[in-house]
Design a protein around this ligand. Sequence first.
Ligand code: CDV
Length: 311
Amino acid sequence: MRQIVIGAAQMGPIQKDEPRKAVVARMIALLEQAAARGCDVIVYPELCLTTFFPRHFMEDAAEIDRWFEREMPGPETAPLFEAARARGVAMSFGYAELTPEGRRFNTAIVTDKAGRIVGKYRKVHLPGHAEYDPERSFQHLEKRYFEPGDLGFPVWRNLDAWMGMCICNDRRWPEVYRVMGLQGVELIMLGYNTPSVNSQDGREGLERRLYHSELSMAAGAYQNAAWVVGVAKAGDEDGHHLMAGSVIIDPDGIVVARAETEGDELLVHGCDMDACNFGKSTIFDFARHRRVEHYGPITAQTGVIHPDSGA
Ligand code: CDV
């Protein structure tokens, strides 16, 4: 048995004017709860240091830059790293990264129990649009503020397990889980900011959005025999509602812990990494059962090509 006690630290809303210092204090409060409940690792949401700023259209570079971190840890996040190190809790969280070369990514990191960053992931699947869209009921400008991640889907050895990360929209794409599955991933950690309504289809409400989120993560867990931890930033941010639905899912695709609120809430579950072994050595023993000779289109094309198109 290789048990990792996981704390899924759902966060309630962060308003536009809420300073990082206040957010980091909330994160430390969750970390303290996690330590008191025996957690080995705590997982926070996507872009968890600020409000979900891609809903705001901005043109001024200085205004955009204020949402980004130039260093990690930086002056405002250092207390979080110190608290994690002091309590011996590893952590994973998402933030907006501005590199020294001026590149912008939607990023997540994972640390070890000494607060050292052991892995970094940059979001690959950026939803939304790059220009102001008057047809939408609200904006989702991730394609404006970030470039697609350039690190692939790495997996790291940490806490005696194979760990990987993805971010929000990535969780809806089966390729994401499979690329990590092919590296033997045992724990996939992800955070999200998911509006409760579709800005292009008001009929798609909260219930269906929660279902699609859980469906995608449970499928990814089961089909790759891995634990999946999905953590929301939820509630009403500046008049825009984000769904909750944070979950811890076992390698059978079963939800073992689910958030009950839309606020700061810690889910705790003892996750045995050896529970991945059965699925990985039987129905999803990739080496024995995959037929890669038939999978070519998955990497050779992006969009749909109908068989009668002549292409
Ligand atoms: N932050 C996200 O990536 N949100 C998307 C929304 C826009 C659908 C998501 O997939 O949850």
